[in-house]
Design a protein around this ligand. Sequence first.
Ligand code: ATP
Ligand code: SF4
Ligand code: MG
Length: 512
Amino acid sequence: MIEAPPLLSVRGLRTEFLTPRGVVRAADGVDFEINEGEVLGLVGESGCGKSVTALSIMYLIPSPPGRIASGEIWFKGVNLLAGVKREVLVRRGLWGRPKIVRNERLLRQHRARMSKVRGREMSMIFQEPMASLNPVLSIGYQIAEVLIYQRRKEICDRLLGGHELVSDDLDLFRQAVTNPDPAERERFLAEFCLRIAVPVSRVTAIVEGAGLSLEERVERLRHMVARGRIRIRWFLELVRELDDLESEVTSRDWRLVSGVGTTEDRRRQLAARARYRSRQLAFRALMALPIVRRALMRPIEEEARRRVLDLLKTVRIPEATKVYRAYPHELSGGMQQRAMIAMALACDPVMMIADEPTTSLDVTTQAQILRLIQDLRGRTKSAILYITHDLAVIAELCDRVAVMYAGKIVEDASVKDLFAEPLHPYTQGLLESIVSLDRQVSIGVPLPTIAGTVPDLARPPTGCRFHPRCKYAFDRCKAEEPRLLVQGQGRRVACFLYEEGGSRAAGATSRE
Ligand SMILES: Nc1ncnc2c1ncn2[C@@H]1O[C@H](COP(=O)(O)OP(=O)(O)OP(=O)(O)O)[C@@H](O)[C@H]1O
Ligand code: SF4
Ligand SMILES: [Mg+2]
């Protein structure tokens, strides 16, 4: 049987920052893979380069001071870092000081290509929700924007497909008609109208429809919903075509820059681009007139709004209609993080990166968010890269785990194997610290850690970067750098104890 290639494959990623202390190599030859639908934990102490690795995958490294110096990130058959080496260079400036020189044209092209991957295929949940939510826009508006920008094709498909009222809609409608409490009826009506995206005034007459049975009212409702959407069919088709053409241009572009494109790709790309330009002119002409724009875009915006309400419910936000209109600062930390997760889910990505999404929350909320992510794991098919420094979280959530130390992956194994038998001395140290945390947490002793600290990445130690803190270090460790080598089924470790002739391996793992 031929094994499917991994969804994402990071190879030799090097990301550095030019600081007054010198060049900080925050990711220094990072290698790992994520398979489709898999949850990979990335674990390591603070300052090991976990966030930098995630931001490099998303192409969000701030430059200056940072740059991705080299590496490849293969994702769905294309290299997301194609051409990156020529974009930002380090040159000698005045008095021999290094300075960053940017090639703006290449950067712009790469950003444009990447903006189609981010959001559509990959999304990220950050540690601090407020840092990525816009404080002056309502939560619902922000998520709807993402949908309209990234998922307009699916929205048009739904509208063109003469979208039927689903059972959730009908339940709300029934409540709006039959609930004995008038205030409740009003509330159900408001929520229903928001969901099906029509003004309350248009539905009131149907709800009140004297002498009509409930089923007759539902029939009228269906009629009204369908009629409203047919009028702008030609426009929805234009938007859908624009989106198709844009995807075609971008995906061929990715193949060509990644060096896997053919002359056929080039030919088709040129044809798609020419057509795209002409359709876009038509689209822009329509959007230039505010009245036309409002009339044409309204059904799309309303469909997006309805999907946002569904998403808010998916992430278990109570009173979704209220939260839709709320501004980020009006929500608690837990609710903000749920909104962030809804935004990350909005585009149904094949991969999500969660960078310590629970760290800024209190313990109870942390547990709830973790449970939510665990639950979503079962429902969405997306792969997740879950970054944390908490191995206990990894044990609950992940299939596989990569351990990072000082800018490098030092061990990579299934969660089961790693917990049963940690190989790298650093992993062993991390595991010991959670065991002692369990023992000591009740008496308020500070969190025990591995002796020593993560080295300054501007001046990392020679040889194995862990050697100053490693109780097994021997001479070779100070002089040579261990490579990440396969060690048994599906696991890799970078430590001389396990290399050819590393006879100390047995002693190291069965110690104590
Ligand atoms: N914008 C920046 N400018 C300069 N140095 C940076 C920048 N961002 C990250 N670094 C450096 O890169 C190194 C790795 O940082 P990173 O944020 O990836 O650590 P981390 O593993 O995510 O830690 P934590 O668990 O605390 O989030 C650190 O030494 C940090 O100083
Ligand atoms: S290579 Fe040497 S210093 Fe590094 S972890 Fe292994 S034993 Fe320790
Ligand atoms: Mg971080």
